[in-house]
Ligand binder design. Sequence first.
Ligand SMILES: CC(C)(COP(=O)(O)OP(=O)(O)OC[C@H]1O[C@@H](n2cnc3c(N)ncnc32)[C@H](O)[C@@H]1OP(=O)(O)O)[C@@H](O)C(=O)NCCC(=O)NCCS
Length: 147
Amino acid sequence: MSFLLAPPRSPADFAAYYHLRYQVLRQPWNQPEGSERADDDDAPTTRHLMLHTPDGQLAGVGRLSPGGPAQAQVRFMAVAPAWQGHGVGRQLLEALEAEARRQGFAECVLHAREAAVPFYTRLGYAVVAPSHTLFGSIRHFLMRKAL
Ligand SMILES: CC(C)(COP(=O)(O)OP(=O)(O)OC[C@H]1O[C@@H](n2cnc3c(N)ncnc32)[C@H](O)[C@@H]1OP(=O)(O)O)[C@@H](O)C(=O)NCCC(=O)NCCS
């Protein structure tokens, strides 16, 4: 199936983008709406990406930002439950990595939820160290990949 990858542009795009991020990454843990936003979401160096199905459903979102001098960081990868396991996360992550390469970053890092570590491992990332625990229960691991 050919999915459509594009950055959000209109206010409606951004509303849908943040809503999916909220539904996948915050709502299941009873977090309030708005908790899905990050301070640097509106920074000019932050790139957002959405993936739509051919019939217009929003299937996944993710973002890229600088993580250090030569380092890009992927955050807030979220695939709609109905679309998980269909290659959506792979397409999003590979597109974000391509953007990082285009910007000249040498490596990409991320803090993976424990349940997502096998996905990132499959995509070439290696665990560096355990990192934070979110909402008292979701363990994260710092992972990196040379670009
Ligand atoms: C984690 C997530 C982004 C992965 O996206 P996805 O669209 O479900 O994954 P894909 O279908 O693109 O999988 C890509 C590859 O990783 C593999 N993979 C994905 N999840 C896996 C898992 N839990 N265990 C082992 N392999 C896995 C797939 O089998 C696939 O391999 P293949 O290309 O050889 O077939 C998505 O499932 C999601 O949003 N989960 C809930 C929120 C979350 O955890 N976000 C990440 C926060 S750090």
